[in-house]
Design a protein around this ligand. Structure first.
Ligand SMILES: [Ca+2]
Ligand SMILES: [Ca+2]
Ligand SMILES: [Ca+2]
Ligand SMILES: [Ca+2]
Length: 225
């Protein structure tokens, strides 16, 4: 019996622990090489788990019901579900704050960043996407005093939210610019202990020096062609 139990453990439990079993899922969609990788769709009604987002500075994120946003007009965006995340906050010197999540995924198969954004019209604010590509193989991001990554690449792109209602935004990975100091190559893989795409951050910036940002985000994904 002991032998059987051991064989069972080797066949079923060890692969599970190593993460070879079911593909990780967020909100019901599979995350695997043949599918887009769903970062978050907020359908669990929280931003504090699956994945856990940490919030910094003056950003106030709130899970809201999409039905309340739309003033009754039909949505042109599919799969918004019940919830999205409202991002709000007052700027000091244009900067409001942001949120981030540790991902640790191999993002090399993906060719774009996809997001649905509900704008409140002209001047809703800017949203900067930062993708941290671990290059010194420690699944961590070391920063200097000004929070600039020292050993890893940080690929970023900015969206000016200047529309009213829902809009799908797709940004090819090739349009992201590197603000970090890694190996200056897009290689968020898990080779040699690397955390791959180790972290994502969303940075909120107002269009006026002391203004407010206010928009909703939903269906954050890494896309495939
Ligand atoms: Ca949603
Ligand atoms: Ca890398
Ligand atoms: Ca690192
Ligand atoms: Ca790199």
């Amino acid at each position: 019996m002991k032998k059987l139990a051991l064989i069972f453990a080797l066949i079923f439990i060890v692969p599970m622990l190593c993460g070879f079993a079911a593909a990780p899922t967020t909100g019901g969609k599979s995350a695997g090489k043949a599918y887009p990788y769903l970062i978050d769709n907020f359908e669990d009604g929280t931003y504090t788990k699956d994945p856990e987002w940490f919030v910094f500075d003056n950003l106030i994120p709130t899970i809201v019901k999409n039905a309340k946003l739309q003033d009754g007009e039909p949505s042109v965006i599919p799969n918004l579900g019940i919830y999205s995340l409202n991002m709000k906050g007052m700027a000091k010197s244009w900067y409001v704050g942001g949120m981030g999540s540790m991902l640790g995924v191999d993002a090399t198969p993906y060719t774009s960043f996809e997001i649905d954004i509900y704008g409140m019209g002209e001047g809703s604010g800017k949203l900067k996407i930062e993708l941290y590509d671990d290059d010194n193989g420690n699944t961590d991001v070391e920063v200097d005093k000004s929070w600039k990554a020292i050993y890893d690449d940080v690929w970023s792109s900015e969206i000016d939210v200047n529309w009213k209602g829902w809009k799908h935004v797709s940004i090819p990975m090739s349009k992201f610019k590197n603000d970090g100091r890694g190996d200056f190559k897009w290689n968020p893989n898990l080779a040699n202990g690397s955390g791959g795409l180790v972290k994502i951050q969303l940075i909120c910036v107002a269009v006026t020096e002391t203004g407010e940002i206010n928009y909703n985000i939903d269906n954050l994904e890494f896309g495939l062609k």
